[in-house]
Design a protein. Structure first.
Lengths: 311, 132
């Protein structure tokens, strides 16, 4: 950039970022912020919990513009009413298992039909003016307590083929998948070519697609790996806690995730990705730091942001 | 001893509220960008969309708001130290490198360049077309 002004007062300083994104990772970009939360209210007590108020405080505090929910209460009316006190939120049609509310103009969001409709996977196209179109898939995978591993495997296989079909149809691979995957990032369903084929670094995901026995398998980048552990003791080490009786228990699980295709890797704002345990005055966790299933949900929400401006 | 009635007496000293008082970078940027509304007959408005305050810095996002579409396009990020206000770092849509302005005239010079750049004019022209 040539700079016509005095170099003492005003200097083009060169590139400050290394991620390839227009704005450095530690800057908030003003781009749409997304959140996903499994409210765990399909079975029973969902209407007793103040989801509207919880979501309103979360949306206010984190400037969320796209709210994606799994297992919302039967009626989204209370949530919608509360969100409208924060901004011009409106619902987008989705299957009963999900909720999609946004403060963006809903004409920018189009549900995408898939060849074999699946109530555990919804796909949307987000087209913001002057920004790159993206495909957003929200999923709620079968859980291991109620389904056999073969069923989970089949589900992820179908997800992958649905996504590939949509990518081919829309002519790009700018795909974001978020939801309750009901498996951890290190498990086969997330990492294997028979699953989501999501790997832990942008560099790995940016390599050429793998070819195995003549079939090509594209990667996803899974940024959730960054959130494991207790290096920052103020943040939870996962989105779901389970105290089982098996000989090998890891207790904290990262079931709620967001993964992106490598083409979006540099646009994903890594510093924006967080597991949320409170918003404003409201805690979503117990005094012991576990998800508060009685007053909020047995899952923590996640929030993230992407810079979709074409460079 | 009778206490002074603090309800009626203002204990604060006088402050300089004149134009010559030091303006914050937020104010400078907002003022510099405000004229867009007139230039586009209200179709596109430049406005401060988000302010994030950390221990030592303030970060601002200025957007281009298109009312007809209920749509904001993030256009400019500014970051500056709370204590000294300058230098201000600007990251601007479609500009490959950030700017650093060391004082107010430098900030105005940077904004003049940014607002008049072909890339900016193209973006705003596009948003005007979409809003009609």
């Amino acid at each position: 950039l040539r700079n016509p002004a005095s170099s003492r007062r005003f200097v083009g300083q060169g590139v400050l970022w290394t991620s390839g994104s227009l704005v450095a990772d530690n800057w908030c970009s003003g781009m749409p912020r997304f959140m996903f939360w499994n409210l765990n209210s399909l079975h029973g007590t969902g209407n007793d919990r103040p989801f509207g108020e919880l979501l309103a405080s979360l949306v206010r505090e984190h400037d969320i513009e796209v709210v994606l929910l799994a297992e919302p209460p039967e009626s989204l009316r209370f949530i919608h009413d509360q969100l409208r006190t924060v901004g011009p939120f409106a619902p987008v049609a989705s299957s009963r298992r999900f909720g999609f509310l946004t403060s963006l103009n809903t004409s920018f969001v189009t549900p995408v039909e898939i060849p074999v409709p699946n109530d555990r996977m919804n796909i949307f196209r987000l087209s913001l003016p002057l920004q790159l179109d993206v495909t957003i898939a929200v999923i709620h995978a079968p859980d291991r307590r109620n389904y056999k591993p073969a069923t989970q495997e089949l589900f992820f296989d179908q997800c992958r083929s649905n996504l590939e079909w949509v990518e081919k149809r829309l002519g790009h691979t700018r795909t974001i998948v978020t939801g309750d995957f009901n498996v951890n990032p290190f498990e086969g369903a997330m990492g294997s070519v028979r699953g989501m084929h999501a790997v832990m670094t942008r560099r790995l995901a940016g390599r050429q697609a793998r070819r195995i026995r003549g079939v090509e398998y594209g990667y996803f980048y899974n940024p959730m790996w960054n959130l494991y552990g207790d290096r920052d003791a103020t943040k939870p080490p996962g989105t779901y806690y389970f105290s089982g009786g098996d000989t090998h228990e890891i207790y904290w699980h990262m079931l709620d995730q967001v993964i992106v295709r490598p083409v979006l890797g540099s646009m994903f704002k890594l510093d924006s990705l967080r597991i949320v345990t409170y918003a404003e005055e409201t805690a979503f966790c117990t005094a012991g730091g576990l998800p508060d299933r009685l007053n909020a949900s047995d899952h923590f929400p996640i929030v993230f942001e992407l810079d979709l401006r074409a460079a | 001893m009778r206490m002074a009635d603090t309800n009626t007496i203002n204990l604060w000293p006088e402050f300089d509220l004149s134009e010559t008082a030091l303006s914050s970078p937020k104010e400078v940027i907002a003022k510099a960008g405000a004229g867009l509304k007139d230039k586009t007959k209200g179709l596109v408005v430049f406005y401060p969309m988000r302010t994030t305050v950390s221990a030592d810095r303030i970060e601002l996002v200025f957007s281009l708001w298109v009312a007809a579409l209920s749509y904001h396009y993030p256009f400019l990020n500014a970051q500056f130290p709370i204590k000294t206000l300058y230098p201000v770092q600007l990251v601007v849509d479609k500009f490959p490198a950030p700017f650093t302005a060391v004082d107010e005239p430098g900030l105005i010079a940077a904004l003049t360049l940014v607002f008049n750049a072909d890339a900016t004019k193209e973006t705003i022209q596009h948003l005007i077309s979409l809003s009609r």
